[in-house]
Design a protein around this ligand. Structure first.
Ligand code: GLN
Length: 540
């Protein structure tokens, strides 16, 4: 049974698939293409498909899978959605991230409800129909001109077959353009660019019934003309539809690079959309140029235990980058493994030598926390700009309680369940939560900012909307003790009970937030906490 809309939907679909290997930057390509189409005054909505059985990314280890991104509606999603929001300045919902788990759960719930009574529920048509319905529904609700669908994984994987089948069917019912991202490896010894992996990957796609309209070729070096000709011949993709994707020194230049290849024009021609000539990427170019031409470089220490994999902190890196573009400086990140400080292998002083600022990001569990606390102490005592994010906020309160308020054994009950001074404790409504998936305090919340504070100055407002992902909070019983010694809780929730920003007014820059400002920063709108922090680092 096919879903037969009376007329083709108004929304056009662009499907981005990947071949050869993972980690080709398909997400950045999709986000950049979205940004470029937006610059042509098109309304674009992205969807990421993740072919894993987890219902969402919330229960996945960032070391294995990269950062868990949080949307305003509280969805814990793949980090590619962070790229979409950062590039496109859109606010997405959980509907923009489909996983195998999510779609199967949906169909199984319908089956249990008796919606398919009497029928055998099968991959085709039940899962495929549900997927198509999902794509159409997102298109309709967002009234998008273009829906950009990125398929996770690599063509040839068993996991994404059903999604590709649904997309193949979609192309019979709507206008769909397929773009396949692949790799052109270069053999150093012979200096030759190889086309075979691309040929075979496109063949795999054709076996499924999908002929790509474009290929996006990732390569370390400029792609030779003869390589483009050969790929065109073997893949059936017109030569002018082969998009170059050589390594760029700055990912934010990709929308400009795609524009220079007129990718938008070629896609819009296929869809029959008129090109309104606009200078939509002018501001974007200014921001990337400002970064490129920056003379000053600041060194920021990033402390953590996932330092082995920088993808765990991608949003923080990008938020610093946004602020740096605005302020016209470059950022050099120095990764500090706090377990080494904790075990006495090195001191905070030596780890932080020469840095202009310190960030303590979010995290879970106790490993490495003493090392982080030592770094916070060092930054506080030596006037080094400090920014704490979520766990960083909690650890900054613990450090202050211990070393300034004299509560030597202060801790978080997450670290020490028997601490005599639980400065950080479980949120009251978390006390009876046992299931792990999607049960933290998640998503966008209003932050009430206290007048006359640094936070008010940075936000230029007494109100902000920020995103959260935590189970623990600052214990309100200790507010007075810490404030008496000079700590200011400059942001809280609407009830006034949950502390959300802290600052030390006498310090050059010492601020922390219970929320994650890295989830609301975008290229065209850097988050004020990051710009304030970096500005202080520049003055170092
Ligand atoms: N582990 C802390 C909590 O659950 C902080 C979480 C985080 O940094 N995202 O509250």
């Amino acid at each position: 049974m096919r879903i037969k809309p009376k007329t083709k939907p108004k929304t056009k679909f662009i499907v981005v698939t990947g071949g050869v290997i993972s980690g080709l930057g398909k997400g950045i390509f999709t986000a950049s293409l979205g940004r470029l189409l937006q610059a042509k005054k098109l309304n674009v909505i992205p969807i990421k498909i993740d072919p894993y059985i987890n219902v969402d990314a919330g229960t996945m280890n960032p070391i294995e899978h990269g950062e868990v991104f949080v949307l305003d509606d509280g969805s814990e999603v793949d980090m590619d959605l962070g790229n979409y929001e950062r590039f496109m300045n859109v606010m997405l919902t959980g509907r923009s991230n489909i996983t195998t788990g999510k779609i199967y759960r949906h169909v199984i719930e319908k089956e249990r409800n008796g919606d398919y009574l009497g029928k055998t529920v099968q991959l085709i048509p039940h899962i495929t129909n549900e997927l198509k319905r999902w794509f159409m529904d997102v298109a309709e609700k967002s009234k998008a001109d273009i829906e950009l669908i990125e398929v996770g994984g690599t063509v040839g994987d068993i996991e994404n077959l059903i999604f590709l089948e649904a997309l193949r069917q979609l192309s019979m019912e709507a206008d769909v353009v397929f773009i396949h991202c692949t790799l052109i490896p270069m053999l150093k010894v012979v200096g030759e660019q190889k086309t075979k992996p691309t040929q075979q990957s496109v063949q795999k796609l054709r076996e499924i019934g999908i002929q790509p309209d474009f290929v996006f070729l990732r390569c370390q070096m400029p792609i030779q003309k003869k390589i483009m000709e050969k790929i065109s011949l073997f893949t059936g993709v017109r030569e002018e539809n082969i998009i170059r994707g050589e390594d760029l020194d700055d990912i934010y230049r990709l929308p400009l690079y795609l524009e220079s290849q007129k990718v938008h024009r070629k896609i819009m021609d296929i869809f029959g959309i008129k090109d309104i000539s606009t200078n939509g990427l002018d501001d974007w170019k200014r921001m990337t140029d400002s970064y490129k031409n920056a003379r000053k470089t600041v060194t920021v220490a990033m402390t953590g235990k996932y330092t082995a994999l920088h993808d765990s902190y991608v949003s923080i890196e990008q938020s610093l980058r946004h602020a740096a573009s605005m302020l016209g400086c470059k950022v050099n990140l120095k990764w500090v493994e706090t377990t080494e400080i904790e075990t006495g292998k090195r001191t905070a002083k030596s780890a932080l030598k020469g840095v202009d600022g310190v960030i303590v990001p979010g995290g879970f569990g106790s490993r490495g926390t003493e090392g982080k606390i030592a770094c916070i102490k060092y930054a506080r005592e030596h006037g080094i700009p400090f920014l704490g994010l979520c766990y960083g906020f909690q650890l900054a309160s613990i450090e202050f309680a211990r070393n300034v308020c004299g509560l030597r054994k202060a801790s978080s009950t997450e670290i020490d369940s028997n601490t005599p001074h639980p400065v950080i404790d479980l949120l009251p409504d978390q006390k009876h939560v046992y299931k792990k998936g999607g049960t933290m305090r998640l998503g966008g919340q209003d932050v009430i900012i206290r007048k006359g504070t640094r936070a008010e100055k940075l936000y230029s407002s007494t109100h902000a909307r920020e995103r959260f992902r935590h189970r623990y909070e600052f214990n309100p019983a200790y507010i007075k003790r810490l404030e008496e010694k000079g700590m200011v809780f400059s942001g809280h929730d609407e009830s006034g009970n949950i502390m959300q920003i802290l600052e030390l007014p006498d310090h050059r820059f010492f601020m922390a937030s219970q929320f994650h400002p890295e989830f609301t920063s975008s290229m065209m709108k850097p988050n004020p906490l990051f710009s304030g922090f970096l500005n202080a680092c520049i003055g170092s």
